[in-house]
Design a protein around this ligand. Structure first.
Ligand SMILES: Nc1ncnc2c1ncn2[C@@H]1O[C@H](COP(=O)(O)OP(=O)(O)O)[C@@H](O)[C@H]1O
Ligand SMILES: [Mg+2]
Length: 485
């Protein structure tokens, strides 16, 4: 029996509990009303109750809670994720207040025995993958994708993702404090791949869960009830569904036992999936890919549309056909030069290099289109989002003043410059033995290090690029722009 807080009690002085929605070991979720706003709108209050005793753990809980709340605020600018409205602490317990999503979670739609058609399954996968593109761009692994954490919103029938692993992780980290920082596996049986069970989730662990949801939709069976091949540990399911070989192969590649054999990014899955659903794609409304120009209304349409203005999806009328052809032919150097040319063309220029200021204003959709083409044709080796990850991993920032932050460090007894830009150059293979390579000596093949292409001349450009990538909404071309006609 759950003890509902007394109806008179207003959490945080303003949120009054209406009913109980659910809960587990780490906390409870309530439907509440916000008494400080006119009309007392509904909201969802998640109550996290770490069992803490000492000051040190409390301080740590506080820090983690703050950090995680910041992550959720950052994420909630996306219409398929509930907005985080407030976070507060009361009596050393933690509360997150979220937008209430009116709708039903997918456990009903995906109840045992209910089968989706192939078209419905593809549409479902596309919607979930769109959220994942966004999450992963923000370096967040959800860790608990499953039907009960997906709500189909009544208003527009879109899928909304709830219950972020980030917050659960917060709770487990607090619970385990004092017993080293052991990672507890967060996730749900049937949807959780082996590396996640071992406490090492990756982005493609989320893709595994989505694949399992797709298989559940096609078979009408809960993933836990599907057998595994005793020798390979792969899931056996295709004999239990009516599925085209192409979709079957995509799902198989999402749920491979070995994470190295899976798709690595949601974009890659979408690239294979989108061509299977041409009708739906063409009928969708146009979308504004630029975050900054979005009113809440247009944001609602965002990313649901994937509509395209010009045939290629360019915002500024750029024709990507030559770039597509060059990438398709794996003419990497020519494709790199064509990329520079097209990006300059967006500013009606023909010579010189893009300035950091220009990059900071580059049309969002075009940026993601170019990224998508590179990623797709290089199997995830090249592209801006690959560079984005590397830039962040070497401590690169997105500030305009970044070059001022160059640092010196001692290496083999000699002082040398050690800035994010230098480290980045090393990682993507533009530097070798402490020297920047001339353009002609770059490696224009798939043997190149990750993120080697497209090439940039300086750290200001890369900082600006990554800043733009962060600001823009990921745009996934929904037409098959990657195949030769
Ligand atoms: N923002 C929300 N809008 C509407 N319902 C929600 C929302 N967040 C959670 N719920 C409901 O509460 C249930 C439990 O919340 P959830 O965040 O999944 O916590 P947990 O699974 O950790 O208990 C969900 O399955 C869903 O039905
Ligand atoms: Mg849940």
């Amino acid at each position: 029996m759950i003890n509902l807080p007394n109806g008179e009690v207003k959490l945080g002085g303003r949120y009054q509990i209406v009913s109980y929605l659910g809960g587990g070991g780490f906390g409870q979720t309530y439907l509440a009303q916000d008494n400080h706003l006119p009309g007392q709108p509904r909201c969802v209050v998640k109550h996290l109750k770490p069992k803490l005793t000492d000051d040190e753990s409390l301080a740590m809980a506080h820090r983690l809670f703050e950090t995680e709340a910041q992550v959720l605020y950052r994420l909630s600018d996306f219409h398929q994720i509930p907005r985080l409205l407030a976070h507060f602490e009361e009596n050393q317990e933690f509360y997150l207040v979220q937008e209430f999503i009116d709708g039903d979670n997918l456990s009903q739609e995906l109840a045992p025995g209910n089968r989706f058609t192939e078209v419905q399954t593809i549409a479902l996968l596309q919607e979930i993958l769109a959220v994942l593109v966004y999450l992963h761009q923000h370096h967040v692994i959800h860790r608990d994708l499953k039907p009960s954490n997906l709500i189909r919103r009544r208003r527009d029938h879109r899928i909304v993702l709830i219950d972020f692993g980030a917050v659960k992780q917060l709770s487990t980290q607090i619970q385990t404090h004092g017993h080293s920082t052991r990672t507890i596996a967060i996730g749900s049986p049937g949807y959780m791949p082996s590396e996640q069970m071992a406490g090492k989730p990756r982005f493609c662990s989320d893709l595994y869960a989505v694949g399992m949801i797709g298989i559940q939709a096609l078979t009408g069976l809960h993933p836990k009830s599907l057998p595994e091949d005793a020798r390979t540990s792969e899931i056996i399911w295709r004999d239990r569904a009516e599925v085209s070989p192409r979709l079957g192969d995509i799902l198989d590649k999402m749920v491979r036992y070995d994470f190295r054999e899976r798709y690595q990014t949601a974009l890659e899955v979408l690239a294979d999936l989108n061509p299977l659903a041409p009708d739906r794609l063409m009928s969708l409304p146009p979308v504004d890919a630029d975050l900054q120009t979005n009113s809440p209304e247009t944001r609602i349409q965002m990313f649901t549309g994937f509509g395209v203005g010009s045939p290629s999806g360019s915002e500024v009328g750029i024709d990507y056909k030559t770039l597509q052809d060059l990438l398709f032919a794996k003419s990497w150097q020519a494709a790199d030069q064509e990329t520079q040319r097209l990006m300059l063309k967006a500013f009606e220029r023909e010579t010189g290099q893009l300035t950091a200021d220009e990059i900071r204003q580059f049309p969002c959709r075009d940026l993601y289109l170019i990224n998508y083409l590179w990623l797709h044709h290089s199997d995830g080796l090249f592209g801006f989002s690959v560079q984005q990850d590397i830039w962040k991993s070497v401590g690169g920032t997105t500030d305009a003043i970044y070059p001022a932050l160059e640092r010196f460090s001692k290496h083999r007894g000699k002082w040398r410059i050690n800035s994010p830009w230098q480290r980045f150059g090393g990682r993507v293979g533009w530097r070798s033995r402490e020297q920047w390579l001339p353009y002609g000596q770059l490696c224009f093949s798939l043997e190149a290090p990750k993120g080697h292409l497209p090439h940039w001349q300086n750290g200001e450009q890369v900082a600006a690029l990554i800043s733009r990538m962060d600001i823009c909404k990921p745009y996934v071309p929904h037409i098959d722009i990657t195949r030769k006609p």
